[in-house]
Write a protein that binds this ligand. Structure first.
Ligand code: PLP
Length: 423
């Protein structure tokens, strides 16, 4: 409570902005992910890895817009691609050659996406991929995993991270016919899926659970799902909306698994609203408008020239193989350094993740765990570092080794502070 009072006192303008916003937006915003108890910070803008809030404080945004902010707040290459597109006509309403160019660049990285459709968000990409699997198989069950998040389509988690699971929160779900299986438990999943094998249209999985707390899937589990879905004739969908940035060919490249369909989004749009799904030709051909009978999906802004241009620039010049290698190596270093700190201090915390996407979990059970998580969040904020309240730390392409050491030092200072010693 003391720390929240100090936070309120330090941020009167954010508090006022929030009080105003709740009169017109439920919860004061349009993204539940951004909510912070007692109120989130309101920012005026950002540059590089930093944002400035309405009270004039500057923060290193280490939540990295929940992994989509891969490029940081500014990038001259993306900016000129967007400005050029803007000058060519803000919304063209007809095809340009750039759509196929963009799709080809995506397929070069993720060959499982043999044919590709664009959307405006990851949520839509998953929704349409799941629907495609239902049309393709003529079946209706959707196998998903405990603690997963696939956007506003389906989620089975409480936003506090995997280790702070609290039942009772409602998540928005498209009312598909779900079969919820335990993540990383291949035996149990096999049992559940095999029981209903003639009904299962798809198995949709995050190769690393993102919103559920940065919980990596084991290679054996993911490879097992490949075999299982093949054996029963269901479509395996890899939701790589978060994880595609963890390696040049996504996590599917690292584990050498070719799913039937893949969904992507976030940073692939070069900083603008984007999602895409793609997969085997036989499945994706159902969307082929030349066919007398095809699955009809429109999407006014699906070929937005702004997004397509920004995406092409991002893939060609910014989210390059060396850039991804650098940031993900730094992320692995960060996790090792911070885990070593927790061990040295005997602090009840751990950091989980892969490459540059990681989450800090307080291992204390119940309310103490939540307090620990919040004290760390507010403590770091006070030192100018904004991780996500649930503990997410997602590095941008601008991160440098010195940033990691700065974070480690700041965590140590917070954990050795008076408030922490009191829990
Ligand atoms: N799938 C995963 C794994 C995600 O992390 C997200 C967003 O965080 C989505 C889907 C939804 O994407 P969007 O927010 O663009 O709808």
């Amino acid at each position: 409570e003391a720390i929240k009072e100090a936070y309120s006192a330090k941020n009167p303008e954010s508090k006022a902005a929030f009080d105003e916003a709740v009169t017109v937006l439920p919860g004061g915003g349009t993204r539940k992910t951004l909510y912070v108890d007692p109120f989130p910070l309101f920012i005026t803008g950002g540059k590089g890895q930093h944002v400035t809030d309405v009270d004039g404080h500057e923060y290193w945004d280490l939540a990295g817009d929940f992994v989509s902010g891969l490029y940081g707040k500014t990038n001259p290459i993306l900016r000129s691609a967007i400005m050029e597109a803007l000058d060519s006509g803000i919304q063209l309403g007809m095809h340009t050659k750039k759509e196929a160019e963009f799709a080809t660049l995506i397929r070069d990285r993720l060959p499982s996406m043999e044919l590709i459709r664009f959307t405006n968000s990851g949520t839509e990409a998953n929704l349409q991929a799941i629907c495609a699997s239902m049309h393709y198989t003529g079946r209706s069950k959707v196998a998903v995993f405990s603690n997963s998040y696939h956007g506003g389509v389906v989620a089975d988690f409480y936003p506090g991270g995997a280790r702070a699971n609290e039942p009772g929160s409602l998540t928005l779900k498209v009312p598909f016919d779900y079969l919820i299986c335990p993540y990383n438990d291949l035996e149990k999943t096999r049992e559940l899926v095999n029981d209903l094998k003639d009904d299962v249209a798809c198995i949709i999985v995050e190769p690393m659970q993102g919103a559920g707390g940065c919980i990596p899937g084991t290679p054996e589990f993911l490879r097992g799902l490949r075999e299982l879905s093949k054996a029963i004739g269901a479509v395996l969908i890899f939701d790589e909306i978060q994880t595609a940035r963890l390696a040049y060919n996504g996590l599917q490249g690292v584990y050498e698994i070719k799913p039937d369909m893949t969904t992507i989004g976030k940073y692939f749009g070069g900083g603008l609203a984007f999602g895409a799904y793609g997969g085997r030709k036989e499945i994706m051909s159902m969307f082929d408008t030349r066919k007398a009978v095809h699955v009809k999906v429109g999407g006014t802004f699906n070929n937005s020239i702004m997004t397509v241009s920004a995406g092409i620039a991002a893939l060609r010049y910014v989210m390059t193989r060396p850039a991804l290698e650098k940031v993900n190596t730094l992320g692995d270093m960060m996790r090792a350094e911070i885990m070593a700190l927790f061990a040295k201090l005997g602090a009840p915390f751990e950091m989980t993740g892969v490459g540059a996407i990681n989450e800090i979990h307080c291992l204390l059970p119940g309310p103490e765990g939540l307090s620990g998580q919040h004290l760390l969040f507010f403590g770091l904020l006070d030192k100018g570092i904004a991780i996500a309240q649930r503990g997410l730390c997602a590095l941008t392409l601008l991160a440098e080794e010195g940033d990691i050491h700065r974070l480690t030092r700041a965590i140590q200072e917070v954990l050795e502070g008076d408030l922490f010693c009191s829990i």
